[in-house]
Write a protein that binds this ligand. Structure first.
Ligand code: CP
Length: 324
Protein backbone atom coordinates (compact mmCIF):
# COMPACT_ATOMS: atom_id res chain seq x y z
CA UNK A 1 0.00 0.00 0.00
CA UNK A 2 1.30 3.48 -0.79
CA UNK A 3 1.99 5.99 1.93
CA UNK A 4 -0.74 8.32 0.67
CA UNK A 5 -2.81 7.87 3.83
CA UNK A 6 -0.03 8.48 6.38
CA UNK A 7 -1.16 10.98 9.00
CA UNK A 8 -4.82 10.94 7.95
CA UNK A 9 -7.62 10.79 10.50
CA UNK A 10 -10.78 8.75 10.01
CA UNK A 11 -13.63 10.91 11.24
CA UNK A 12 -16.47 10.43 8.74
CA UNK A 13 -14.92 8.34 5.93
CA UNK A 14 -15.53 11.27 3.58
CA UNK A 15 -11.82 12.13 4.01
CA UNK A 16 -10.80 9.02 2.06
CA UNK A 17 -10.98 8.63 -1.71
CA UNK A 18 -12.66 5.66 -3.40
CA UNK A 19 -9.26 4.19 -4.17
CA UNK A 20 -8.04 4.64 -0.60
CA UNK A 21 -11.14 2.88 0.78
CA UNK A 22 -10.66 0.03 -1.68
CA UNK A 23 -6.99 -0.20 -0.67
CA UNK A 24 -7.89 -0.36 3.04
CA UNK A 25 -10.41 -3.14 2.35
CA UNK A 26 -7.96 -5.07 0.17
CA UNK A 27 -5.26 -4.77 2.83
CA UNK A 28 -7.76 -5.94 5.49
CA UNK A 29 -8.37 -9.13 3.54
CA UNK A 30 -4.63 -9.65 3.25
CA UNK A 31 -4.09 -9.02 6.98
CA UNK A 32 -6.86 -11.49 7.81
CA UNK A 33 -5.27 -14.12 5.59
CA UNK A 34 -1.89 -13.53 7.21
CA UNK A 35 -3.30 -13.73 10.73
CA UNK A 36 -5.00 -17.03 9.88
CA UNK A 37 -1.50 -18.29 8.98
CA UNK A 38 -0.09 -16.75 12.19
CA UNK A 39 1.93 -14.25 10.17
CA UNK A 40 2.11 -10.82 11.80
CA UNK A 41 3.85 -8.07 9.78
CA UNK A 42 4.50 -6.14 13.05
CA UNK A 43 4.17 -2.86 11.18
CA UNK A 44 3.52 -0.81 14.33
CA UNK A 45 6.30 -1.81 16.72
CA UNK A 46 7.11 0.91 19.30
CA UNK A 47 3.92 2.80 18.48
CA UNK A 48 1.53 3.87 21.23
CA UNK A 49 -2.18 4.30 20.78
CA UNK A 50 -4.71 5.89 23.07
CA UNK A 51 -8.21 4.39 23.31
CA UNK A 52 -10.87 6.69 24.73
CA UNK A 53 -14.35 5.21 25.00
CA UNK A 54 -16.87 7.63 26.45
CA UNK A 55 -19.61 5.07 25.68
CA UNK A 56 -19.81 1.28 26.08
CA UNK A 57 -18.26 -0.94 23.39
CA UNK A 58 -17.44 -4.61 22.95
CA UNK A 59 -16.38 -5.16 19.32
CA UNK A 60 -14.77 -1.82 18.51
CA UNK A 61 -12.68 -1.55 21.64
CA UNK A 62 -11.57 -5.19 21.39
CA UNK A 63 -10.70 -4.65 17.70
CA UNK A 64 -8.50 -1.63 18.43
CA UNK A 65 -6.74 -3.40 21.31
CA UNK A 66 -6.07 -6.65 19.44
CA UNK A 67 -5.13 -4.90 16.19
CA UNK A 68 -2.51 -2.87 18.04
CA UNK A 69 -1.13 -5.94 19.87
CA UNK A 70 -0.96 -7.98 16.65
CA UNK A 71 1.16 -5.29 15.01
CA UNK A 72 3.48 -4.83 17.99
CA UNK A 73 1.98 -1.56 19.28
CA UNK A 74 0.86 -0.64 22.77
CA UNK A 75 -2.79 0.39 23.21
CA UNK A 76 -3.53 2.33 26.35
CA UNK A 77 -7.11 2.74 27.50
CA UNK A 78 -7.81 6.05 29.23
CA UNK A 79 -10.94 5.74 31.34
CA UNK A 80 -13.68 8.23 30.66
CA UNK A 81 -13.58 9.35 34.31
CA UNK A 82 -9.98 10.48 33.84
CA UNK A 83 -10.41 12.47 30.65
CA UNK A 84 -13.13 15.03 30.95
CA UNK A 85 -13.16 16.86 27.64
CA UNK A 86 -14.17 20.47 28.09
CA UNK A 87 -14.90 20.09 31.81
CA UNK A 88 -11.65 20.77 33.69
CA UNK A 89 -9.50 21.03 30.56
CA UNK A 90 -10.23 22.17 27.04
CA UNK A 91 -10.58 19.68 24.20
CA UNK A 92 -7.80 21.47 22.32
CA UNK A 93 -5.35 21.20 25.23
CA UNK A 94 -6.09 17.51 25.81
CA UNK A 95 -5.74 16.77 22.09
CA UNK A 96 -2.38 18.55 21.82
CA UNK A 97 -0.97 16.78 24.88
CA UNK A 98 -2.15 13.32 23.83
CA UNK A 99 -0.82 13.96 20.34
CA UNK A 100 2.68 14.53 21.80
CA UNK A 101 2.60 11.15 23.56
CA UNK A 102 0.61 8.86 21.30
CA UNK A 103 0.93 7.92 17.64
CA UNK A 104 -2.84 7.55 17.17
CA UNK A 105 -6.03 8.18 19.14
CA UNK A 106 -9.30 6.24 18.92
CA UNK A 107 -12.36 7.94 20.37
CA UNK A 108 -15.94 6.78 20.88
CA UNK A 109 -18.03 9.82 21.73
CA UNK A 110 -21.54 11.18 21.69
CA UNK A 111 -21.19 14.21 19.43
CA UNK A 112 -18.99 13.91 16.34
CA UNK A 113 -17.81 17.50 16.88
CA UNK A 114 -15.65 16.30 19.78
CA UNK A 115 -13.84 13.82 17.52
CA UNK A 116 -13.44 16.50 14.84
CA UNK A 117 -11.93 18.90 17.36
CA UNK A 118 -9.46 16.31 18.67
CA UNK A 119 -8.50 15.45 15.08
CA UNK A 120 -7.93 19.13 14.33
CA UNK A 121 -5.48 19.62 17.18
CA UNK A 122 -3.83 16.28 17.98
CA UNK A 123 -1.31 16.24 15.12
CA UNK A 124 -1.60 12.43 14.92
CA UNK A 125 -4.27 10.23 13.30
CA UNK A 126 -7.58 10.23 15.17
CA UNK A 127 -9.99 7.36 14.51
CA UNK A 128 -13.72 7.68 15.08
CA UNK A 129 -14.78 4.61 17.06
CA UNK A 130 -18.45 5.69 16.79
CA UNK A 131 -20.39 8.87 17.45
CA UNK A 132 -24.09 9.64 17.31
CA UNK A 133 -23.65 10.71 13.70
CA UNK A 134 -21.04 8.33 12.21
CA UNK A 135 -19.56 4.84 12.51
CA UNK A 136 -16.91 4.71 9.78
CA UNK A 137 -14.89 1.72 11.05
CA UNK A 138 -18.10 -0.33 11.00
CA UNK A 139 -18.73 0.62 7.36
CA UNK A 140 -15.22 -0.52 6.40
CA UNK A 141 -15.83 -3.94 8.00
CA UNK A 142 -19.15 -4.13 6.14
CA UNK A 143 -17.43 -3.46 2.80
CA UNK A 144 -14.81 -6.08 3.61
CA UNK A 145 -17.51 -8.65 4.40
CA UNK A 146 -19.25 -7.94 1.10
CA UNK A 147 -16.01 -8.31 -0.81
CA UNK A 148 -14.95 -11.56 0.85
CA UNK A 149 -18.38 -12.97 -0.05
CA UNK A 150 -17.85 -12.19 -3.71
CA UNK A 151 -20.16 -9.15 -3.77
CA UNK A 152 -18.73 -6.34 -5.85
CA UNK A 153 -18.28 -3.05 -4.02
CA UNK A 154 -18.86 -1.19 -7.28
CA UNK A 155 -22.21 -2.32 -8.65
CA UNK A 156 -23.21 -4.75 -5.88
CA UNK A 157 -26.53 -4.29 -4.08
CA UNK A 158 -27.09 -4.09 -0.34
CA UNK A 159 -30.34 -3.48 1.57
CA UNK A 160 -30.31 -1.92 5.04
CA UNK A 161 -33.40 -2.32 7.25
CA UNK A 162 -33.65 -0.08 10.28
CA UNK A 163 -33.52 3.50 11.50
CA UNK A 164 -32.65 5.63 8.49
CA UNK A 165 -31.14 8.46 10.54
CA UNK A 166 -28.74 6.27 12.57
CA UNK A 167 -24.94 6.48 12.55
CA UNK A 168 -24.45 3.06 10.93
CA UNK A 169 -26.54 3.84 7.86
CA UNK A 170 -25.05 7.32 7.54
CA UNK A 171 -21.56 5.82 7.29
CA UNK A 172 -22.83 3.13 4.93
CA UNK A 173 -24.24 5.84 2.67
CA UNK A 174 -20.84 7.55 2.58
CA UNK A 175 -19.15 4.21 1.85
CA UNK A 176 -21.67 3.35 -0.88
CA UNK A 177 -21.28 6.72 -2.57
CA UNK A 178 -17.50 6.34 -2.49
CA UNK A 179 -17.22 2.82 -3.90
CA UNK A 180 -20.28 2.69 -6.18
CA UNK A 181 -22.46 0.31 -4.18
CA UNK A 182 -26.23 0.29 -4.75
CA UNK A 183 -27.68 0.85 -1.28
CA UNK A 184 -31.37 0.43 -0.52
CA UNK A 185 -32.63 1.80 2.80
CA UNK A 186 -35.87 0.29 4.08
CA UNK A 187 -37.27 2.27 6.98
CA UNK A 188 -40.70 3.20 8.37
CA UNK A 189 -42.32 6.51 7.34
CA UNK A 190 -40.76 9.34 9.31
CA UNK A 191 -37.44 7.52 9.82
CA UNK A 192 -35.88 8.26 6.44
CA UNK A 193 -32.41 9.82 6.21
CA UNK A 194 -32.33 13.54 5.51
CA UNK A 195 -32.95 13.93 1.74
CA UNK A 196 -30.33 16.69 1.64
CA UNK A 197 -27.71 14.24 2.93
CA UNK A 198 -28.61 11.64 0.29
CA UNK A 199 -28.52 14.28 -2.44
CA UNK A 200 -25.19 15.65 -1.24
CA UNK A 201 -23.56 12.21 -1.12
CA UNK A 202 -24.79 11.23 -4.56
CA UNK A 203 -23.83 14.68 -5.82
CA UNK A 204 -20.15 14.05 -5.17
CA UNK A 205 -20.13 10.29 -5.66
CA UNK A 206 -17.19 9.57 -7.95
CA UNK A 207 -18.77 6.31 -9.10
CA UNK A 208 -21.68 6.21 -11.55
CA UNK A 209 -22.98 2.96 -10.10
CA UNK A 210 -23.67 4.49 -6.68
CA UNK A 211 -27.39 4.62 -5.98
CA UNK A 212 -29.22 5.22 -2.74
CA UNK A 213 -32.88 4.16 -2.75
CA UNK A 214 -34.95 5.10 0.29
CA UNK A 215 -38.25 3.21 0.63
CA UNK A 216 -40.86 2.22 3.20
CA UNK A 217 -41.62 -0.94 1.22
CA UNK A 218 -39.81 -4.09 2.33
CA UNK A 219 -40.28 -5.94 -0.96
CA UNK A 220 -39.09 -3.02 -3.07
CA UNK A 221 -35.93 -2.77 -0.99
CA UNK A 222 -35.23 -6.49 -0.91
CA UNK A 223 -35.96 -7.71 -4.43
CA UNK A 224 -32.77 -8.72 -6.23
CA UNK A 225 -30.40 -7.61 -3.48
CA UNK A 226 -27.08 -9.30 -2.67
CA UNK A 227 -26.96 -8.58 1.06
CA UNK A 228 -29.54 -7.76 3.74
CA UNK A 229 -28.32 -5.71 6.69
CA UNK A 230 -30.27 -5.37 9.96
CA UNK A 231 -29.54 -2.99 12.79
CA UNK A 232 -31.14 -2.48 16.18
CA UNK A 233 -34.28 -0.37 16.03
CA UNK A 234 -33.82 1.37 19.36
CA UNK A 235 -30.92 2.69 21.47
CA UNK A 236 -29.74 0.71 24.49
CA UNK A 237 -28.28 3.78 26.19
CA UNK A 238 -30.42 6.56 27.63
CA UNK A 239 -33.89 6.85 29.06
CA UNK A 240 -36.34 6.22 26.23
CA UNK A 241 -39.86 4.85 25.81
CA UNK A 242 -38.47 1.78 24.05
CA UNK A 243 -41.77 0.05 23.26
CA UNK A 244 -43.09 3.25 21.66
CA UNK A 245 -39.91 3.65 19.63
CA UNK A 246 -40.10 0.04 18.39
CA UNK A 247 -43.76 0.32 17.33
CA UNK A 248 -43.13 1.80 13.87
CA UNK A 249 -40.64 -0.97 13.05
CA UNK A 250 -42.87 -3.99 13.67
CA UNK A 251 -43.60 -4.66 9.96
CA UNK A 252 -39.87 -4.55 9.23
CA UNK A 253 -38.68 -7.55 11.30
CA UNK A 254 -36.30 -9.62 9.19
CA UNK A 255 -37.82 -13.10 8.92
CA UNK A 256 -37.29 -16.07 6.61
CA UNK A 257 -40.22 -14.79 4.55
CA UNK A 258 -38.61 -11.36 4.24
CA UNK A 259 -35.28 -12.93 3.20
CA UNK A 260 -37.21 -14.82 0.48
CA UNK A 261 -38.29 -11.45 -0.95
CA UNK A 262 -34.72 -11.03 -2.17
CA UNK A 263 -35.46 -13.77 -4.74
CA UNK A 264 -31.73 -14.42 -4.37
CA UNK A 265 -30.88 -17.69 -2.59
CA UNK A 266 -27.28 -16.50 -2.24
CA UNK A 267 -28.15 -13.22 -0.52
CA UNK A 268 -26.16 -12.91 2.69
CA UNK A 269 -27.34 -11.54 6.02
CA UNK A 270 -25.33 -8.87 7.85
CA UNK A 271 -25.72 -7.18 11.22
CA UNK A 272 -23.41 -4.65 12.91
CA UNK A 273 -24.29 -6.10 16.35
CA UNK A 274 -25.31 -6.03 19.15
CA UNK A 275 -28.44 -7.75 17.82
CA UNK A 276 -31.76 -8.65 19.36
CA UNK A 277 -32.58 -11.99 17.75
CA UNK A 278 -33.74 -14.12 20.67
CA UNK A 279 -34.60 -13.83 24.35
CA UNK A 280 -31.11 -14.53 25.67
CA UNK A 281 -30.69 -10.82 26.50
CA UNK A 282 -32.27 -9.02 29.44
CA UNK A 283 -33.07 -6.21 27.00
CA UNK A 284 -35.14 -8.44 24.67
CA UNK A 285 -36.89 -10.10 27.60
CA UNK A 286 -37.85 -6.67 28.93
CA UNK A 287 -38.76 -5.28 25.49
CA UNK A 288 -39.82 -8.26 23.33
CA UNK A 289 -41.03 -6.01 20.52
CA UNK A 290 -37.46 -4.89 19.83
CA UNK A 291 -36.43 -8.18 18.14
CA UNK A 292 -35.33 -6.91 14.71
CA UNK A 293 -34.34 -10.26 13.18
CA UNK A 294 -35.49 -13.78 13.90
CA UNK A 295 -33.09 -16.31 15.37
CA UNK A 296 -33.67 -18.45 12.27
CA UNK A 297 -32.17 -15.76 10.02
CA UNK A 298 -29.45 -14.66 12.43
CA UNK A 299 -28.22 -18.22 12.98
CA UNK A 300 -29.03 -19.39 9.45
CA UNK A 301 -26.64 -20.49 6.69
CA UNK A 302 -26.68 -17.10 4.95
CA UNK A 303 -25.68 -15.18 8.08
CA UNK A 304 -22.25 -13.54 8.05
CA UNK A 305 -22.81 -11.49 11.21
CA UNK A 306 -20.01 -13.09 13.23
CA UNK A 307 -17.55 -12.89 10.31
CA UNK A 308 -18.53 -9.24 9.97
CA UNK A 309 -17.80 -8.66 13.67
CA UNK A 310 -14.40 -10.35 13.29
CA UNK A 311 -13.72 -8.12 10.30
CA UNK A 312 -13.87 -5.09 12.60
CA UNK A 313 -10.42 -6.27 13.77
CA UNK A 314 -8.89 -6.60 10.33
CA UNK A 315 -10.27 -3.34 8.97
CA UNK A 316 -9.28 -1.33 12.06
CA UNK A 317 -5.80 -2.88 11.83
CA UNK A 318 -5.67 -1.90 8.18
CA UNK A 319 -6.63 1.69 9.01
CA UNK A 320 -3.95 1.86 11.71
CA UNK A 321 -1.26 0.48 9.42
CA UNK A 322 -2.30 2.78 6.57
CA UNK A 323 -2.49 6.00 8.57
CA UNK A 324 0.32 5.72 11.14
N1 CP B 1 -20.83 -2.65 16.21
C1 CP B 1 -20.22 -2.04 17.26
O1 CP B 1 -19.79 -0.90 17.18
O2 CP B 1 -20.13 -2.80 18.37
P1 CP B 1 -19.64 -2.25 19.79
O3 CP B 1 -20.65 -1.21 20.24
O4 CP B 1 -19.66 -3.46 20.68
O5 CP B 1 -18.29 -1.66 19.66
Amino acid sequence: MSNSMKGMSLVTLEEFSSEQIEAIVAQSIELKRKKQQRIFPRALVNRNFCLIFLRPSCRTRAAFAVAAADEGANAQVIAKEEIRFGQGESVKDIARVLGRMFDGIAIRAYDNHLIEEVAEHAGVPVWNALSEQHHPTQALADLMTLQENGIRLCGGKMTFIGEGKANVITSLMVAAAKVGLELRIVTPPGHEPEPSLVDRLLGWSPRNQARILVTNDLREGLQGTDAVYSDMWVPMEGDWDIEAMARDFQPYRLTREAMAMTENPNAIFLHCMPAQHNFETAFARKFPSTIEVTDEVFEGPRSRAIDQAENRLHTIKSVMVATV
